[in-house]
Design a protein around this ligand. Structure first.
Ligand code: KG4
Ligand code: ZN
Length: 356
């Protein structure tokens, strides 16, 4: 079976084609991506209305590019998947509308995928795919969660952030350092020239005993240092970037290790944009070796938002036991707020929908 996947929840338009082979493996055969980062750069963050309009402009050319790379036409597609949520409502509507129209025209199902489930399953497209069960550390711009994953759709929340997400902590600190948007990769690059011990920044909730996170206080601590440094900030920017990155990474790695001990599982999967961070990867790899568990990552290109993870999640869910009826007669909806840990194992995509 051939699945087309469309991602449009935030500031990336991603379209991809995956092939679910008869032996149950999933292969990525075509992918195209457009990032809106330069468009939003001047505003210091994502402007939702601009994002929606750009998704409209990009989605069809990207679909053609993905199909062409896959070497198939639209008529070969057996199901069209799209990101149903969580994300920006207008941006989600573009992908959902286009996918549902395409599916209806082709006479195939339209499948609404949870964005975080896409991230969570993305390491299955890597050369070193994990096996269930595992612990997942989901670290994106909007989410920071530790989940126990027993199979497709079988997710138990172990802990999550009580305020800012890890990616948000990177982005907000980067902004304070004058690094623009999105700041995570820029802060990480600058940090390589700095001394991570140069500033003593807090590691919030490090010893709280539970698996929750809090990053709002860290941002305040960075702001305090920026103010204290005043005109000297420029000379100390790399050190402050390194200290900030170390604080975020220390907490993520410590809590991930704690989750491994608490569950007794042997595998950790890291997914979401912050999973691209090299300090986080180095620290998790070292800890895994020390503590006797394994860590799996998506390919670097699949850490941040993309269409491949949406097509993959649809294919894996399909394989795990079908799909709830949705999109009947071309009708569709989106879920701007939608919690992953409560979705129904059977794939009842309406389970776990949060009000609002
Ligand atoms: O998963 P993602 O692409 O989008 C969301 O679903 O949110 O994650 C984006 C986040 C941003 O906060 C970005 O700054 C962060 O991931 N990020 C990084 C790195 N690459 C992306 N943070 C730290 N180091 C990186 N190398
Ligand atoms: Zn994402």
């Amino acid at each position: 079976m051939w699945f087309l996947g469309i991602e449009s929840s935030c500031d990336e338009t991603g379209v991809a084609v995956v092939h679910l082979r008869p032996d149950g493996t999933v292969q990525l055969v075509g992918a195209a991506l457009h990032s809106q980062v330069t468009m939003h750069h001047d505003y210091g963050g994502v402007v939702p209305e601009l994002a929606s309009r750009d998704h409209i402009r990009r989605v069809l050319p990207l679909t053609e590019a993905a199909l062409s790379e896959a070497g198939v036409t639209l008529h070969a597609i057996d199901a069209v998947a799209y990101t149903r949520g969580p994300g920006l409502a207008g941006a989600l509507l573009v992908g959902a509308g286009v996918a549902s129209a395409m599916a209806m025209a082709l006479g195939v199902p339209a499948l609404g995928v949870h964005h975080l489930e896409g991230h969570l399953l993305s390491p299955f497209l890597s050369t070193d795919p994990p096996e269930f069960p595992f612990v997942a550390l989901l670290v994106s711009g909007g989410h920071t969660q530790l989940m126990r994953v027993d199979g497709v759709g079988r997710y138990t929340l172990l802990g999550e952030t009580i305020d800012d997400a890890a990616g948000e902590a990177f982005d907000k600190s980067a902004k304070l350092l004058g690094l623009g948007y999105p700041g995570g990769p820029a802060l990480s690059r600058l940090a390589q020239q700095g001394d991570p011990t140069a500033f003593a920044l807090p590691r919030p909730l490090l010893h709280s005993g539970d698996l929750d996170f809090s990053f709002a206080g860290l941002k305040t601590a960075v702001l305090t240092q920026v103010r204290k440094l005043g005109p000297q900030l420029q000379a100390r920017r790399a050190d402050l970037a390194a200290a900030t990155e170390a604080a975020i990474v220390d907490v993520l790695a410590h809590k991930a290790g704690q989750a491994m001990r608490a569950t007794g599982l042997a595998r950790l999967v890291v997914a979401g944009g912050v999973g691209a961070n090299s300090r986080l990867r180095a620290q998790l790899n070292a800890r895994a070796q020390r503590e006797g568990w394994r860590v799996h990552y998506p390919e670097l290109a699949l850490c941040t938002d993309n269409g491949a993870m949406i097509a993959l999640a649809a294919a894996m869910r399909w394989q795990a036991g079908g799909w709830p009826a949705q999109g009947d007669g071309g009708a569709f909806d989106v879920r701007p707020r939608w919690s992953l840990h409560a979705i129904d194992p059977a794939g009842a995509a309406d389970g776990g929908v949060q009000p609002g």
